[in-house]
Design a protein around this ligand. Sequence first.
Ligand SMILES: C[S@@+](CC[C@H](N)C(=O)[O-])C[C@H]1O[C@@H](n2cnc3c(N)ncnc32)[C@H](O)[C@@H]1O
Length: 255
Amino acid sequence: MRDPVQYARYSDERSRPFYTLLSRVPDRPYREIVDLGCGTGVLTQDISERWPDAHTVGTDNSPQMLATSSKFAVPGRLEFIEQDVAEFNQPVDLLFSNATLQWLVDHDTLFPRLAKLVNPGGVFAHQMPHSFDLPSHRLMEEIALNGPWTPKLRNWRQIGVMPLKWYIDLLMDMGFDVEAWETEYFFVLQGDDPVLEWVKGTSLQPILSRLDDEQERAAFTQTYAEALRNAYPKSSNGSTIYPFKRIFFVASLPV
Ligand SMILES: C[S@@+](CC[C@H](N)C(=O)[O-])C[C@H]1O[C@@H](n2cnc3c(N)ncnc32)[C@H](O)[C@@H]1O
């Protein structure tokens, strides 16, 4: 289960890479556009507005995230469907995905499968966090694997995103021209335990949803919060700096 309210707490920081990615997508006469893992759909509107003649579909497997998406729908132009990326299997001219595919395993089969769905002259534009070697994520794993809750987290695992070069090589071998880059954002967060609040909207959810006991969830969260406070101390001005890496590519097939 996803929590759209928690996710939206840092909506400005989270939407910035979406717009960076969108700005690099070449202008082509796309007819079918898909935004894989569209979340609430609020950002999918911007894709549809940039290509108003295309049919744009936002897909997501979370009914909670999609709950209010219908208000953004435009008949014949922009629609939203509940669908897992694993089931997505239709030819597409622009395959766009922001901050979603890190949730899926087996990138060595997933990415070639998705790339093959892109029509000639089409584009695969993608961004995801490369956060799994950050202190915040290493500490999460360490605590998950070394506590009274560990037996319940046996089928949880931190999902591995490959180095960016791996995606570039794969797509170039499939005939795409690739523009790719990595950006390290330095988020300046306010308030108490802001890194915890950040991951609560994303990576921590699969852990907390596996801990069915309220006390156990609280104990996990407290242990993790303490570790994060040491790893990301507050500056004397009260803010907390959270360095966070993201990888991007825009892969285009020849027109
Ligand atoms: C971090 S949010 C990004 C949402 C949106 N793309 C944005 O840029 O704000 C990740 C989204 O991926 C969705 N998601 C995760 N795993 C998925 C899967 N296997 N199939 C479809 N959607 C998935 C989640 O429900 C969530 O809405």
